[in-house]
Structure formats: structure tokens, C-alpha cells
Design a protein around this ligand. Structure first.
Ligand code: FAD
Ligand code: NAP
Length: 333
């Protein structure tokens, strides 16, 4: 592996190189980076679990490993905790549980760093980052000035934030994320199969640790481990469509699962893809995972372009059958 290989830094295990790689272990390393590469444009990788490399990167890549956790304040049941952005997200969840702080237990075992979590407002099992988000500090990559963003500034949406929009994309390094966690635990166990899993574990009155363990067990049974099969989790977002689009599909497919949302009807993208028989599809080294139709996989030496092309074919086939345009969730590089 060359010193600029990104193979170890992306969970799809795609072989591609960067112009150069620069490791950030402390925030001040950004000044050294600027001195060394004053004019270079830059990309940031945390855990590399939400990117697809479709070719070599002609820019310097910053690998973020800046660690640190600090309790900023505690008032009544509220506790404000600042995490430096290179902390591994699941370690933050375990830290919260260890310290008896509730709010992020449903987000157990999501790969990657906490610095990337605001990018797409990570979510799972009925909880999103925005539910516990207080603020973040972001460094302007040109001026190295530090900016403070509160939840309103971040414009969080479903797997969305201002940091994915053209105005902010690639312009800021998220340095720290502050969460508002709680000593009083209000558990969310009604989503998906959490309740069933808790019962299977013989638990009637769950703690936040129990909920975390249930989520971990469900995820391990359904999702491919990137250490074994290259993937970046759900490749597509779940579409939320207007009633005019939903109703004709429901007439043709009365058993289609759906969830009413404020702004339309959410249809699981996995159901759309599975209905078109893509689940388990394999061509050479790439395909659609056999247990989870939302997850595209690299079995060994697939290229990013192979996987991107497969995603385009799937988008086209869903559009033809359902008149729904699936959107990619993974960042295409
Ligand atoms: P990376 O892939 O390194 O980066 C993602 C994007 O964020 C890139 O554009 C990158 O440039 C940018 N970025 C990263 N760090 C910073 C920073 N400090 N400052 C500015 N920009 C930055 N996601 C969910 O929402 N819910 C899930 O349940 C979920 N499950 C998953 C399961 C599996 C098996 C896998 C592989 C992925 C899953 N994901 C899920 C997707 C992924 O884990 C999340 O999006 C995660 O937040 C990505 O973190 P990362 O550090 O790996 O980001
Ligand atoms: P699941 O529980 O089989 O549910 C299928 C889909 O239906 C999910 O995508 C979910 O949407 C939606 N859903 C289920 N119950 C719902 C409810 N009560 N209200 C509204 N929507 C509901 O899904 P899964 O694939 O096993 O994943 C479980 C959770 O982990 C989901 O929240 C999923 O988003 C998350 N996850 C995310 C990734 C990623 O890479 N982004 C990867 C794996 C798992 P939502 O997705 O909107 O929740």
C-alpha cells in the first residue's frame, strides 16, 4: 500500500490514492497543515464510513483523530458534553452510558466519528443527532477562524444539514460537537424490533444500557460488518413522497410498508429495491447485500465506479416501476 493509499480509510475498501495524507491529532495541527499546504484544497475523512471513492483524489486528505471529552455543565437533569470531532461515535455512546447519561443509546454501533455525525444528522431507531444536539465548533478551512453553529444554524433535516449544501460543503472542519444529554432517561423502544429484542433478552424494565445492547444485537444480525465486507451502510435515503405519488403505488402494491410524515409519506427504500429483486444481486466483486437491500457491497476488489454504476441502474429501475427518484445517502468522491 502506498503512503497516499486511502484503502485503510474507507469502509467500502476501495483502492484509491490521495495527493497527500495529513493526520490531525490535535486542533493546532491545522496550523501546521496550512503552513505545509497554504494553497491546497482539502478533503476530510473521519471514519470513512459514508464515502465512495470513484477515483484517485487530487487533493490533500485530512484524517481526523482529534480526541477529547469534557463535561461543560450540569444543571438539574441536563448535562452538556463537548466531544472533540475525532472521537469514534460508538465510543461516545458507550461513554454516555457509562456516565448514566441518556439520549444517544438508540444510535449505538453507527460507525464513524462524532465530527461527521452532524453532516447528515445521523439517525437510527427513531432518534436523530438533532434530538440531542446543542452546538458545534467549525474551523473555516481558508481562514482557520472558528465559528459556532447552534442547531438552528445547522439546518438539520432527514440525513441532511447545511454542511451538505453548496454554501457550506467542504468549507469547514468540524472541530467539536456538544450534546445535551440527560440524567433522566426517556427510553424510545417502540421503533422497529427493539421491544422484541428486549423481550428476547428477558428484560421487562430496560436501562439505557439494555436499549443499547438490544440495538447492537439487531444491527449485528442484519448489517454487514465493514471489517468483513466493504460497505458504507445505507446507500440510499428513504424517500418521502407526496400523496399523489404514494396512492397509485399503494393500489398496485397494497402490502407496501409506509410511514406518514408531516411532509408526505415515507416508503422504505429497501422495500422498493427488494421488490425489484435487487436484494442479493451480485456481479463480480460488487452487489446488493443479501440481508439488507439498502446496502451496496464490495466483496473484494470492486471499483468505486462499479458501485456507483450499480446505484445508477437501481435508481433507474425504481424510477421506472414506482415513479420515485431515489437519492444517494453516501458521499460520492
Ligand atoms: P466519513 O465517511 O469520514 O465522512 C463523511 C462526510 O463527512 C465526508 O463528506 C467528509 O468529508 C465529512 N466529514 C467527516 N468528518 C468531518 C469533519 N470533522 N468536519 C467536516 N466534515 C467532515 N448512518 C446513519 O445516519 N445511521 C445509521 O444507522 C448508519 N449505519 C451505518 C452502518 C454501517 C455498517 C455503515 C458502514 C455506515 C452507517 N451509517 C449510518 C453511515 C455512517 O456511519 C455515518 O454517516 C457516519 O456519521 C460517518 O462518519 P465518518 O466519520 O465515517 O464519516
Ligand atoms: P427497519 O427497522 O427494517 O425499518 C425499515 C425502514 O422503515 C427504516 O429505514 C425506517 O426508516 C422505517 N421505519 C421503521 N419503523 C418506523 C417507524 N416506526 N416510523 C418511521 N419509520 C420507520 O430498518 P433497518 O434497515 O433495520 O435499520 C434500522 C435503523 O437503523 C433505521 O432507523 C435506519 O435508518 C438505521 N440504519 C441506517 C443506516 C445508514 O447507513 N444510514 C444503516 C443501517 C441502519 P428510517 O431509516 O427513517 O429510520
Amino acid at each position: 500500500m502506498s503512503s497516499t493509499s486511502l484503502l485503510a480509510y474507507n469502509s467500502f475498501h476501495i483502492e484509491a490514492t490521495a495527493k497527500s495524507i495529513f493526520h490531525l491529532n490535535a486542533l493546532d495541527d491545522l496550523f501546521d497543515f496550512k503552513k505545509k499546504y497554504p494553497e491546497e484544497s482539502v478533503r476530510i475523512i473521519g471514519g470513512g464510513s459514508n464515502i465512495l471513492l470513484t477515483g484517485d483524489i487530487q487533493e490533500v486528505v485530512l484524517i481526523n483523530s482529534i480526541k477529547g471529552v469534557e463535561i461543560l455543565s450540569a444543571s438539574g437533569s441536563d448535562v452538556l458534553v463537548k466531544f472533540m470531532s475525532g472521537e469514534v461515535w460508538h465510543d461516545c455512546v458507550l461513554w454516555a452510558i457509562e456516565n448514566k447519561l441518556g439520549g444517544i443509546e438508540n444510535l449505538s454501533l453507527i460507525p464513524g466519528t462524532i465530527g461527521a455525525a452532524p453532516m447528515q444528522n445521523i439517525g437510527a431507531y427513531g432518534v436523530e443527532l438533532k434530538d440531542v444536539f446543542h452546538s458545534l465548533e467549525a474551523v473555516d478551512l481558508n481562514s482557520l477562524e472558528v465559528y459556532h453553529f447552534d442547531a438552528h444554524d445547522c439546518k438539520f433535516g432527514y440525513r441532511e444539514s447545511i454542511f451538505k449544501q453548496v454554501s457550506h460543503k467542504g468549507k469547514y472542519f468540524i472541530a467539536s460537537v456538544t450534546l445535551l444529554l440527560s440524567k433522566v432517561h426517556s427510553l424510545k423502544t417502540s421503533y422497529g424490533t427493539i421491544q422484541d429484542e428486549l423481550l428476547k433478552m428477558g428484560i421487562q424494565s430496560p436501562s439505557i444500557r439494555d436499549v443499547s445492547n438490544a440495538v447492537i444485537a439487531i444491527r449485528k444480525s442484519k448489517l454487514p460488518d465493514p471489517a468483513e465486507i466493504g460497505n458504507a451502510g445505507s446507500f440510499f435515503k428513504n424517500p418521502v413522497v407526496p400523496k399523489e405519488v404514494f396512492e397509485p403505488i399503494q393500489i398496485r402494491y397494497p402490502n407496501m410498508p409506509y410511514y406518514l410524515q408531516g411532509d408526505g409519506v415515507k416508503i422504505p427504500a429497501a422495500w422498493l429495491i427488494e421488490t425489484l429483486k435487487w436484494k442479493g444481486y451480485r456481479k463480480g466483486d460488487y452487489g446488493v447485500h443479501s440481508k439488507q437491500a439498502l446496502v451496496l457491497v464490495n466483496y473484494n476488489k470492486a471499483s468505486g465506479q462499479d458501485i456507483l454504476d450499480l446505484s445508477t441502474t437501481i435508481i433507474t429501475s425504481v424510477k421506472q416501476e414506482f415513479n420515485i427518484e431515489l437519492e444517494r445517502e453516501v458521499n460520492i468522491w
